[in-house]
Design a protein around this ligand. Structure first.
Ligand SMILES: Cc1cc2nc3c(=O)[nH]c(=O)nc-3n(C[C@H](O)[C@H](O)[C@H](O)COP(=O)(O)OP(=O)(O)OC[C@H]3O[C@@H](n4cnc5c(N)ncnc54)[C@H](O)[C@@H]3O)c2cc1C
Length: 391
C-alpha cells in the first residue's frame, strides 16, 4: 500500500489533519489502533477556543457544533467562600465554546467516511522504517501485518504513541513536570445549574463543574496521584462534589447517573524536537498540558494548521522551508499555553503539605485575575488562546 501522507492516530489532531490535507488535494491514510466504537465514545476535552471553532468551520465540519455548542460570556471562579465572575468575550468578539471532544471526533469520522477516504480502525502501528527520507509504516490489524509506504508521516498518536520514539534524541529535547495529584473526570446525566458551574478552589481540593449539553454535566475532582476510582461510590462522589462546589455557597448540585469515569495524572510535557526527516509530530504526541487550562485539544488544532501548510509546501511545491520552521513556530504557541495551564494548576489545587500561607498566596493570584484590570486581561487572553503563528 502507498499514500502521500500516513497519519498515525485518529484523535482530533490526526482527523483534522486528514480533513485539511483533503482540502489541499493531498491523499492520506489515517491509522488508529483502537476500535471505531471506542474512539467515538471516548470522553475528554470540551472547552474550545474561538480559533478551534473557526478552524472547524473553515474546513466544513462545524454544522453540529454551531447548533449544539454552548458559548460562554463569562467564567465563574470560586474561592474563600465566594463566587467571582470574569468576563470572557474580547473586543473582537472571541469567546469560549463548550462542545465535547467526542462530538468533534465523531463529526470528523463521519465526514471522512462519507467522503470515502481511508480511515483504518484496529490498526496498531508498531514501527516506522526508512526514516529520514522514505518512511514505511508497519502496522498490525486482526493479527495480519501490513506496510504502508508514505511520502510523509504525521505522528498524531498522543502522549503514549510510537511516533515520538522514532525521533532521535527526543528524550534529550523533552521537558516535563508531573504534578502530585490527579483529576477524577466524571460525566453525569444531570442538568448543570448556572449557580454551581465553574472552577472551585476548596480546602478539600479543586473541583470543576461544567456543562456538556442541556442535561449533561462534566465534573472533575482533585484526587491523590494513585487514586483508585473503585474506592468511591457514586453517592460518595456526589457528596464530595457538593462539599467542594455547593454547600458552602448555599447551593445544591443536581445529581444524576454517572455514565463515564476516568482518572488522569496532571503533567506538563513538551518535546522540542518535532521533526525528523519526513516524520513530524503534532498534538499530544509532542506536548501534554494539565487539563486545568482546557488547552490540549486547542493546541493540537494549532499544530495541525501549521503542519498541513508545511506538508503542502513539501509535497506539492517541493519546498521544505516551512517544514524547517514548523517546530519553531508551533513552540511559540505551545510554551506559553503549557505555562498558562501549569499556572492555573498551581492556583487551584491543594498541594501536599500546603499551609494557610500558601493558600493565601493562591487567593492573591485569583484576586488579581478577578479584580485587577490587567489581571482580568491576562486571564481572559490566556483562556481565549494565543493567535496562530504564521510562516
Ligand atoms: C480528562 C481530560 C480532560 C481534558 N480536557 C480538555 C479540555 O477541556 N480542553 C482541551 O483543549 N483539552 C483537554 N484535554 C486534552 C485533550 O483531550 C488532548 O489534548 C487531545 O485529545 C489531544 O489530541 P491528539 O489527537 O493529539 O491526541 P489523542 O486524542 O490522544 O489521539 C491520539 C490517537 O492515537 C491513537 N494511537 C496511539 N498509539 C497508536 C498506535 N501505535 N497506532 C495507531 N494509533 C495509535 C490513540 O488511540 C488515539 O486515538 C483533556 C484531556 C483529558 C484526559
Amino acid at each position: 500500500m502507498k499514500t502521500q501522507v500516513g497519519i498515525i492516530g485518529a484523535g482530533p489532531a490526526g482527523l483534522l489533519l486528514g480533513r485539511i490535507l483533503q482540502s489541499q488535494g493531498i491523499d492520506a491514510v489515517v491509522l488508529e489502533r483502537r476500535s471505531r466504537d471506542y474512539v467515538l465514545k471516548r470522553i475528554r476535552a470540551g472547552v474550545l477556543e474561538q480559533g478551534t471553532v473557526d478552524t472547524l468551520r473553515e474546513y466544513g465540519v462545524a454544522e453540529r457544533l454551531d447548533r449544539e455548542g454552548l458559548p460562554h460570556t463569562d467564567m465563574k471562579l470560586f474561592w474563600g467562600g465566594r463566587r467571582h465572575s470574569i468576563p470572557m468575550i474580547d473586543e473582537n468578539g472571541r469567546r469560549l465554546t463548550t462542545y465535547g471532544q467526542n462530538k468533534i471526533v465523531e463529526d470528523l469520522v463521519l465526514q471522512r467516511e462519507a467522503d470515502g477516504l481511508p480511515l483504518v480502525f484496529d490498526a496498531e502501528v508498531e514501527a516506522i522504517e526508512g526514516l529520514p527520507d522514505k518512511p514505511v509504516i508497519h502496522y498490525t490489524r486482526n493479527g495480519e501485518k501490513h506496510a504502508l509506504q508514505c511520502d510523509f508521516v504525521a505522528g498524531c498518536d498522543g502522549f503514549l504513541g510510537v511516533s515520538r520514539k522514532h525521533i532521535p534524541d527526543a528524550d534529550a529535547h523533552s521537558y516535563e513536570k508531573v504534578f502530585p495529584f490527579s483529576w477524577f473526570g466524571l460525566l453525569a446525566e444531570a442538568k448543570t445549574s448556572t449557580e454551581t458551574r465553574g472552577f472551585c478552589h476548596s480546602e478539600r481540593g479543586l473541583a470543576v463543574s461544567s456543562s456538556r449539553g442541556p442535561d449533561v454535566s462534566r465534573l472533575y475532582l482533585q484526587v491523590p496521584p494513585d487514586f483508585d476510582m473503585a474506592t468511591m461510590t457514586d453517592d460518595q462522589i456526589w457528596d464530595e462534589l457538593s462539599l467542594r462546589l455547593a454547600n458552602q455557597y448555599g447551593k445544591t448540585l443536581n445529581r444524576g447517573p454517572i455514565v463515564d469515569k476516568a482518572v488522569v495524572r496532571l503533567r506538563g510535557f513538551i518535546c522540542e524536537k518535532m521533526v525528523h526527516g519526513r516524520l513530524a509530530l503534532a498534538g499530544d504526541a509532542c506536548h501534554t498540558v494539565p487539563p486545568s487550562g482546557a488547552k490540549g485539544l486547542n493546541l493540537a488544532v494549532g499544530d495541525v494548521r501549521l503542519l498541513a501548510e508545511a506538508i503542502h509546501a513539501l509535497l506539492v511545491e517541493n519546498d521544505d522551508r516551512k517544514l524547517g520552521r514548523y517546530t519553531e513556530l508551533a513552540l511559540q504557541r505551545i510554551w506559553p499555553t503549557v505555562h498558562w495551564s501549569c499556572t492555573m494548576s498551581e492556583a487551584f489545587h491543594i498541594f501536599p503539605g500546603q499551609t494557610e500561607f500558601d493558600t493565601r498566596r493562591q487567593y492573591e493570584v485569583l484576586n488579581f485575575w478577578a479584580y485587577d484590570a490587567v489581571g482580568q486581561q491576562v486571564f481572559r487572553n490566556s483562556m481565549l488562546g494565543r493567535p496562530y503563528p504564521q510562516y
